[in-house]
Design a protein around this ligand. Structure first.
Ligand code: PEP
Ligand code: MN
Length: 359
């Protein structure tokens, strides 16, 4: 952290800052120019507000410094997240998920092979789920998606089948050997969802539900953390830091499009977030071009672009009859469209030296 003092500030003001730092176990390195003094803060600033070697930077110290007399600006140099950062953890994190349909019985997200997760937006019925699961598995998807607890912007939208939906997902896992990913919306549902799911999805609307992040940080199952629709990459990594700092290292990030002024697509798929995350973090990142675009005709192009940009996997909505879907029909691929997409994903993966896990 660097404290920039106002021009021609008094020696007392500088002394005041130095004492403030000293009282918190930190020290200041003075650099006095002709007109301006800057103070480099030495020592990490942790959650307790004092020196630490553990967590990341506590923003409260910077905010307090900004309020001291004659302080013009406080510049935070180190990243506010630590456990999620590549600086702290240079090797890629690989998240392992049990998937009996694969030859090894597990699928690893974050390795060379791209992982396909597909299924309906929402579990609607046994027939709908089983038909979709069978079809996407046949094409090589190893993880089955399907919402049982659905966040809905309108209270009149379909909110999901709840535990009945979870039971159907478990049935599909038994039948097709795929791992199951499904959303959890509240801290009180975490235990229940854990009984059925292999990966717990935190939706875009919940990315800043810190009680929920804390709760899933205390379990051992992998967490798929969607980017908040209006979240910066830094806010997203800080959300991941919540989960990691509670002790759960199995975090997978998911870019699902952000809100911009553009109205032609439901969201703006931020493909650039993928290489940015790869640079800043060791966590695997996948892409969800279904929520990202809102239109099934755009899903293939954005899937391929995401893989080309370095995504470790794709999360894709597929429905046997999208026109009849209770949710997100316009962005759901038909079974045939998913079938056509798979060889294209294989081609792009090969072109960039990767493979696709198919079983
Ligand atoms: C979904 O995956 O169906 C979903 C609701 O995602 P998001 O939270 O990204 O909107
Ligand atoms: Mn959806």
């Amino acid at each position: 952290m660097i404290v920039v003092m106002q021009q021609h500030c008094s020696d007392e003001a500088i002394e005041h800052v130095m004492t403030f730092l000293k009282d918190r176990g930190l020290s200041g390195h003075l650099s006095q120019g002709v007109e301006r003094t800057i103070i480099g803060v030495l020592g990490a600033v942790g959650p307790s507000g004092t020196r630490t070697t553990a967590g990341g930077v506590n923003p409260a110290i910077g905010e307090a410094l900004e309020g001291l007399p004659c302080v013009e600006q406080v510049v935070i140099v180190s990243k506010p997240y630590k456990l999620a950062s590549r600086e702290f953890h240079p090797e890629n994190t690989i998240v392992e998920v049990r998937a009996p349909c694969t030859t090894e019985g597990v699928v690893r997200i974050g390795e060379t092979a791209v992982v396909m997760m597909a299924g309906p937006c929402t579990v609607e019925s046994e027939k709908q789920l089983m038909t979709t699961a069978e079809a996407v598995r046949k094409e090589g998807a190893v993880i089955l998606r399907g919402g049982a607890f659905k966040p809905s912007t309108s209270p009149y939208g379909f909110r999901g089948m709840g535990e009945e939906g979870l039971k159907l997902l478990a049935k599909a896992r038994d039948e097709f050997g795929m791992a199951i990913i499904t959303e959890v919306m509240t801290p009180t549902d975490v235990e229940l969802v854990c009984e059925y799911a292999d990966i717990l999805q935190i939706g875009t609307r919940s990315m800043q539900n810190y009680m929920l992040l804390d709760e899933v940080g205390r379990i051992e199952k992998p967490i798929l953390l969607k980017r908040g629709m209006s979240a910066t990459i830094e806010e997203w990594l800080l959300a991941a830091e919540y989960v990691l700092s509670q002790g759960n290292p199995r975090v997978i990030l998911c870019e699902r499009g952000i809100r911009t002024f553009e109205r032609m697509t439901r969201n703006t798929m931020d493909i650039s977030a993928i290489p940015v995350i790869k640079r800043l973090s060791h966590l695997p990142i996948i892409a969800d071009p279904s929520q990202g675009t809102g239109h099934r005709d755009l899903v293939s192009a954005m899937s391929l672009a995401s893989v080309a940009a370095g995504a470790d996997g794709l999360l894709i909505e597929v429905h046997p009859n999208p026109d009849e879907a209770l949710k997100d029909g316009a962005q759901s691929l038909t079974l045939d469209q998913f079938k056509s997409l798979m060889p294209q994903v294989q081609l792009v993966s090969t072109a960039i030296g990767r493979t696709v896990v198919t079983g």
